[in-house]
Design a protein around this ligand. Structure first.
Ligand SMILES: [Zn+2]
Length: 672
């Protein structure tokens, strides 16, 4: 045995396993699909040549992702009744012909069904007596993760099979879950607004949505799409793939545009047609799946360890675009994250001129081995965001040297801190961070007529240092900015004034607390009725709220531990911004307080009587000043007065100590 070959196999396996792990478990892909598949083929070729070196954990045998049975935060493990296979693929029509020839040796007069290949997360939907009972990811093919709860939030998946068609008592519908490109772009825009790094591609975002998001409402908001294309089970009422697609549609699923092909010529026609159309779809497809149409012939051909012999995917090769690296800009986000961006010689990629390409982080730069002035090969990953997939080393000059990440903040020159692969500027008064925070505030509060340029100008003139300075802006200051006349100045001041009407949750979001985006701001304001209670909330209280995790809790506590932030809140309150919940924004379903009447006597130790009155009223209760027949509760504080005696005469009035009253409020909050 050639030692070299053994080493090569070992190396390829190690590399591919690592890429697989990164892709399925961490959503990172540092290699293009094409190069991954090429390596996989090379490994498969060598393993076939030297079967004694085969190994059950080889990526040529194992499918997809690791399943994490021990991590409690991840969905429960579910063993598939019927194994979920992956699909063999090729980038060449010649190989398609070879595949056809090979299977033609076992079965004759073949016909095919062609379907677009969706780039999403494989899912197994289990229906018993027509009802969806479980939804499981492919996982390693044998067992996956049960994501039923989140799947039920996808409107394209019926709870109950529709139509009058017959269906067997046990049925598995296989399909793919993905995120439409439009939603992906929107989610990323929001993440950027919230100071979070954007997601790399729709596939990983869809997978993360299914596996990592605990809040079904958030899953629903993301509006995932599902295409179903395969049926598994006994006593099926059809015998071909083409009929199966029709049934799938009738049962209430979205099914692929399938084409029945009598021969390979027709298959090639379909491929060529889709190659042109793929970019016009609202979601990402990366090839065409060709299946033998008749079930009988499928079962005759059977499966290998990893894939069915009766199907193959023809993948569209992503075109590579060559351009030159001009320079690297380091952007400072409002949370201090430093993001490297490559400025390249402008290049036209599928109709868009690309001048900048994300380099993500230092790890990516080192991994790609990028040198200054390098010639980069770009691929439009998932047809959305171009990314660097390769470097044309032949074109590298001798005079160049590798790119090293900045050590100091490009904006304030302070030393950067590294945490989880990311570099941060932690300086409180960093110019870019400050500007970023003001931009975020203006965007979230929807203050029109103040753009990024205007913010810079106001900042430079010293009129706008903190975002609350907006509420002190004077006309005469605005006039000092080039091009600002009476009309614009009035418009700006008017919009600033109007922004005070934004609800509490909006203002909280605008503060720019890390991880506290639109959704969590709402969640927090439903639980902490005013900013004071949020400012003083402790860690355990925060994480006891459903959906609030460690990171958010820590981030909130850190934020309010900084004196400047306390000052910001004070100033916003002073200018009349809403930092408490108002009646119209309260969303309550079940209430212990709603519809009940209260009376207070004596002094409460933790809030004024007026505050208590407000809270009760916000929760839908009523507060009376005197004891009457409508009263349900009397809350007794220190140095209580005659009201207690009066109410004791009324049998229906319950007496609450301050502590019990607070517990009642707490219970109320926990119900939201
Ligand atoms: Zn800085």
């Amino acid at each position: 045995m050639d030692k070299k070959i053994e080493k090569k196999i070992f190396q390829l396996r190690k590399e591919l396993l690592k890429y697989n792990d990164q892709y399925y478990n961490f959503g990172i892909s540092e290699i293009s699909d094409y190069h991954f598949d090429k390596k996989l083929k090379e490994l498969s070729f060598l393993e076939n040549l030297y079967p004694e070196l085969q190994n059950p954990i080889s990526p040529t045998i194992k499918v997809g992702a690791k399943v994490h049975p021990t991590d409690s935060s991840i969905s429960p493990v579910y063993h598939h009744k019927y194994k979920m296979y992956s699909i063999q693929n090729t980038y060449s029509k010649k190989e398609l012909m070879i595949w056809k020839k090979k299977i033609s040796k076992s079965v004759h007069s073949l016909s095919f069904v062609c379907e677009p290949k969706y780039d999403g997360v494989s899912i197994n939907l289990i229906y018993k007596n027509g009802f969806l009972t479980n939804a499981v990811t492919r996982g390693d093919g044998e067992k996956g993760e049960d994501v039923t709860r989140n799947i039920k939030m996808i409107k394209y998946i019926p709870f109950k099979l529709r139509g009058n068609n017959y269906y067997p008592t046990y049925l598995e519908i296989r399909g793919e879950i993905f995120l439409p490109i439009k939603n992906f772009i929107e989610i990323n825009q929001q993440r950027i607004n919230n100071g979070l790094p954007p997601y790399t591609n729709p596939r990983n975002t869809a997978s993360g949505t299914l596996l990592k998001i605990h809040d079904p409402k958030e899953v629903r908001k993301r509006d995932l799409f599902c295409i179903a294309f395969h049926v598994v089970g006994n006593y099926l009422p059809f015998s071909t793939q083409y009929e199966a697609i029709k049934y799938i549609k009738n049962w209430g699923f979205q099914a692929p545009t399938a084409r029945f092909c009598r021969n390979m010529k027709e298959v090639f026609h379909f491929i060529d047609f889709w190659k042109i159309c793929q970019n016009q779809l609202p979601y990402h497809t990366d090839g065409i799946v060709i299946k033998v149409n008749e079930y009988q012939k499928q079962s005759f051909l059977g499966f290998t360890n990893k894939y069915p012999r009766w199907a193959i995917a023809y993948k569209f090769r992503q075109k590579l675009y060559e351009t030159k690296l001009l320079s690297i800009t380091y952007q400072v986000g409002r949370t201090g994250i430093i993001t490297p961006v490559a400025n390249v010689v402008p290049i036209l990629i599928t109709g868009t001129t690309i001048k900048r390409v994300a380099l993500y982080n230092d790890r990516f730069i080192q991994k790609m081995g990028i040198h200054y002035e390098d010639t980069l090969l770009l691929e439009k990953g998932g047809n959305i965001i171009p990314k660097v997939t390769k470097i044309n080393i032949e074109k590298r000059s001798n005079q160049t040297f590798p790119v090293f990440f900045l050590k100091k903040c490009p904006s304030c020159n302070s030393i950067l801190t590294k945490k989880n692969e990311l570099f941060y500027c932690t300086h409180q008064n960093c110019f870019s961070k400050r500007i970023g925070k003001i931009i975020h505030f203006v965007n979230v509060m929807n203050i029109k007529k103040i753009g990024v340029k205007m913010i810079h100008k106001l900042y430079k003139k010293g009129f706008l240092y903190n975002f609350y300075d907006l509420y002190e802006l004077k006309k005469k200051e605005l006039f000092q900015i080039d091009g600002v006349k009476e009309k614009l100045a009035c418009g700006i001041l008017n919009n600033i004034e109007t922004s005070k009407k934004n609800p509490y949750c909006r203002v909280l979001f605008a503060l720019g607390i890390r991880y506290v985006g639109e959704y969590f701001s709402k969640k927090l304001t439903e639980n902490f009725l005013n900013i004071n209670s949020l400012m003083h909330a402790n860690y355990n209280h925060l994480i006891s709220i459903s959906g609030i995790g460690k990171n958010i809790a820590k981030s909130i506590i850190t934020y309010f531990s900084i004196t400047e932030h306390i000052h910001i809140v004070k100033m916003l309150v002073k200018y009349g911004l809403k930092l408490h919940i108002t009646k119209c924004t309260m969303i309550k379903k079940y209430s212990l307080i709603q519809g009940k009447s209260f009376v207070f006597t004596g002094k409460l130790s933790c809030m004024t009587r007026n505050e208590a009155k407000n809270i009760v009223e916000f929760l839908g209760g009523r507060v009376y000043n005197t004891v009457n027949n409508k009263i349900n509760f009397i809350v007794v504080g220190k140095n209580f007065g005659s009201k207690l005696k009066k109410s004791m005469k009324k049998n229906h009035v319950k007496i609450l100590t301050e502590q019990i009253f607070l517990d009642l409020l707490q219970k109320e909050k926990n119900q939201t």
